[in-house]
Every structure is written in C-alpha cells, then in structure tokens.
Design a protein around this ligand. Structure first.
Ligand SMILES: Cc1cc2nc3c(=O)[nH]c(=O)nc-3n(C[C@H](O)[C@H](O)[C@H](O)COP(=O)(O)OP(=O)(O)OC[C@H]3O[C@@H](n4cnc5c(N)ncnc54)[C@H](O)[C@@H]3O)c2cc1C
Ligand SMILES: *[C@@H]1O[C@H](CO)[C@@H](O)[C@H](O)[C@H]1NC(C)=O
Ligand SMILES: *[C@@H]1O[C@H](CO)[C@@H](O)[C@H](O)[C@H]1NC(C)=O
Ligand SMILES: *[C@@H]1O[C@H](CO)[C@@H](O)[C@H](O)[C@H]1NC(C)=O
Length: 341
C-alpha cells in the first residue's frame, strides 16, 4: 500500500488530500499539520474567486489559466449543487473597480467568470462609484469556514487520517511514508527554509450589513479595498503589507479600512463591526508546484511541493491540487509499477 503524507491542513493541503485519495485509489493518506481549521491562514480568507495572472508571477499564463479554470469549474459545480449550503460556495454578482484601466481589463476574467461586462463612465456615475474604470461580473465566493470542514469530513469518510504535530525534520517522514505532499505554506522555522517564501500581511474587518449582497474589489493603489459577502458578515478589507510576519490587529489600520470602505460604499456605514482578522499570504514567485526526489539517511522520499499561493490560494487551490495529485500518482506508479493506478 502506498503511504502518502500531506503536510498542511490549509485549503491547499485539504484539496490536495482529497485529490490524492482519488488519484491513488487504495493509498493510505495522512494529513500532518500543527494548525487546523480556524487556526490556519486559509480560514480567514475572503474567498473571492479572482483570477489575476499578475498575482501569479513567474508562471506561464496558459498554466495559470488551466489552474484557475479547473478551480472555477469545480467551485461553480459545488455552488449549483444541493450540497452548496455545506460546501460554502455561492455565486455572487459584483464589481471590480480601479483608476487603472489594466486592473479591470483582464483576459482571465473576461473568459472565465459569468456575464463579464466593462462599465461605461455613465454606469459608474449612476452607481456613484468613485473610480475611472470598472467591470461587472458574477463570480463564486468560497467561505473557507464551511469549505474546509466539509473537505475534512470528506477526507475522513474516504479513510483519511490526521496527525496533529509539527514536522521538525524531514527524517521523521522518510521510511514512514513513500510520498510527501508539501502544502506547508510559510512552513516552520525548523524545516529547511525556502528563502524565496515571503509574507504579505493582510488585515480585514467583519461587518454585519446583510443589505450588502454584491462583492466589490477596488484595486488601484498599493492598498486594495474590498467587500466580500459571507453568510454572517461582509468581509471588508484590506491591506497588503509585504515583509510583515505579525498577525496583530492594528486599530488604526482597522479605522483606515472602514474609512476607505465608507467612502466607496456608504451603505456599509450603517453596519456593525463584529470581528477583525489578520493573516499572512504565503507568497512565492513562482509558487512551487513540482516533484523532488530526496534521499535522507539512505531512504528515498518522494516529494511533491505545492506551496506559495500568496493572495490567490482559494482561487488556485483546486487546480493546483489536481496537478499535485497527478504528480503523486506518477510517483506511486514508479514505486509499484505493476499496480494499475
Ligand atoms: C487577508 C487575506 C485575504 C485573503 N483573501 C483571499 C481571497 O479572497 N481569495 C483567494 O483566492 N485567496 C485569498 N487569500 C489567500 C489565501 O488565504 C492563501 O493563499 C491560502 O490560505 C494559502 O493556503 P495554504 O493551505 O497554502 O496555507 P495555510 O492556510 O497557511 O496552511 C498551512 C498549513 O501548513 C501547516 N504547516 C506548516 N508548517 C508545518 C510544519 N512544519 N509541520 C506541520 N504543519 C505545518 C500549518 O499548520 C497549516 O495547516 C487571502 C489571504 C489573506 C491573508
Ligand atoms: C496598472 O496596473 C497594471 C497591471 O495591473 C500594472 O502593471 C501597472 O503598474 C499599473 N499602473 C499604475 C500607474 O499603477
Ligand atoms: C516544504 O516547504 C517548506 C517551505 O514552506 C520547506 O522549507 C521544506 O523544506 C519543504 N519540505 C519538504 C519535505 O521538502
Ligand atoms: C507589522 O505589523 C505590526 C502590527 O501587527 C506593526 O506594529 C509593525 O509596524 C509592522 N511592521 C512593518 C515592517 O510594517
């Protein structure tokens, strides 16, 4: 039996785990992580499906397209399924706005999301949106706080097991597992550091304003302002602070987010702040999706790396995890060539 360990229980680890169960039938799959569910970065993400090739630096555009198309197909199929209330996907109309034309003209948007349309200056005036350029479309929002527990249930139902611990040294895994899928995002300080990983802190506010039912993403300057409706609140952001590893909530930053938000969408001002959150986008240019054969103490460890999804982890996770599962299957075929996988 092929033994597979997945390091990481964020959205990338969980989607990799269920895809490996499918690609290597009969494999013994274990998720090893030191943070689960609400403690992960993934749990706090707004979950807006926003395919922006510019944010996936160093990857050929046609590869990004395949990844985000696969994610789109999967998330929209969940949104349209009877299980949608549990999986956490919803189709939501909204706007992308900017004073920079190229930020709203994006080929991935135009060809993937539903009903893409550029807004005219007149549209913008009638909507009272204070931007020079804009587009409207229907996209899918994924609520990680529903999707992640759903993936975990599915994983366990299919025989998956879970270990709660920090992977300190890789020798812990060699011998015990045949294949390791590395979804450790920023990873831990104990593991051999990948120096191309960097942090981009993001802070956001949870506002109860159930009358807001559209998403807005305003991306002109370094600091984006966005509104992502979830079931219980609107996720209002944000910040993009490169090199900041702290997840402290800064009150002045929160005030600034709410001020910007109120200027763009005055109807948010009548809402009530019910929470706040900060997380670190685990960034790498390019994100790492590849196989690596390690030899540790004479034992072979076949690794598939799947980390560094930065600002786009929800948008990229399903597509990249399908590829990672395919790579794991190639490793499995090498181990047991006779097995008909
Ligand atoms: C404010 C903010 C808003 C965002 N909004 C969006 C959005 O709207 N749309 C979108 O697509 N993306 C969004 N993102 C990005 C998204 O959250 C990330 O890209 C995604 O969560 C990365 O997932 P991950 O599974 O790689 O990492 P994580 O969720 O960080 O998971 C990493 C896992 O690895 C484990 N781990 C690491 N090292 C070890 C070790 N040594 N031993 C054991 N376990 C280990 C951890 O315990 C954890 O389980 C947002 C991010 C932030 C910060
Ligand atoms: C406009 O956006 C594009 C891509 O999003 C970026 O490369 C460019 O630097 C931006 N221009 C300005 C003036 O901000
Ligand atoms: C997994 O990725 C991390 C970076 O997040 C790296 O430091 C670590 O060496 C990798 N682990 C394996 C098993 O290759
Ligand atoms: C990082 O964020 C913390 C608060 O979480 C803040 O005090 C600090 O000034 C920031 N550091 C940098 C380098 O921006």
């Amino acid at each position: 039996m092929v033994r597979v360990a997945i390091i990481g229980a964020g959205i990338v680890g969980l989607t990799s785990a269920v895809n490996v169960q499918k690609s290597i039938p009969g494999a013994k799959v274990t998720i090893i992580a030191d943070k689960f569910d609400k403690d992960t970065t993934s749990a706090g993400a707004g979950g807006l499906y926003r395919p922006t090739a510019a944010l996936v630096k160093g990857v050929p555009p046609e590869t990004v397209r395949e990844w985000v198309q696969d994610t789109w197909d999967y998330y929209t199929s969940l949104a349209m399924s009877p299980e949608a209330g549990e999986t956490g996907q919803t189709l939501v109309p909204g706007y992308m706005l900017s004073d920079n034309q190229s930020a709203v003209q994006n080929q991935l948007f135009e060809s993937i999301v539903f009903n893409f349309k550029l807004l005219t200056p007149d549209d913008l005036k009638r909507l009272k949106l204070p931007f020079k350029y804009g587009c409207s479309f229907v996209t899918v929002i994924t609520q990680p706080q529903k999707f992640m527990p759903w993936l975990m249930r599915k994983f366990k139902e299919q025989g998956g097991t879970v270990e709660f611990r920090t992977v300190g040294k890789l020798d812990e895994l060699a011998g015990a597992y045949d294949i390791v899928i590395n979804c450790s995002a920023l990873g831990s300080r104990q593991l051999v550091q990948d120096h191309s990983m960097y942090a981009v802190k993001g802070q956001l506010v949870h506002v109860k304003a159930p009358w807001v039912k559209t998403f807005l993403y305003c991306d002109d300057k370094k600091t984006p302002t966005y509104f992502i409706p979830h079931d219980d609140c609107i996720i209002v952001g944000g910040t993009r602070e490169e090199g900041n590893y702290s997840i402290d909530i800064v009150p002045e930053v929160q005030e600034d987010i709410l001020r910007r938000a109120g200027e763009i969408l005055p109807q948010i001002k009548g809402g009530r702040v019910v929470g706040s959150w900060a997380g670190i986008r685990p960034s790498r240019d390019p994100l790492r999706l590849e196989k690596e054969l390690l030899t540790i103490g004479g034992k072979k460890l076949r690794v598939v790396h799947n980390y560094g999804h930065g600002a786009n982890g929800v948008t990229l996770s399903w597509g990249t995890s399908l590829r990672a599962a395919r790579m794991a299957k190639e490793w499995a075929q090498e181990i047991t060539p006779s097995a008909r996988l």
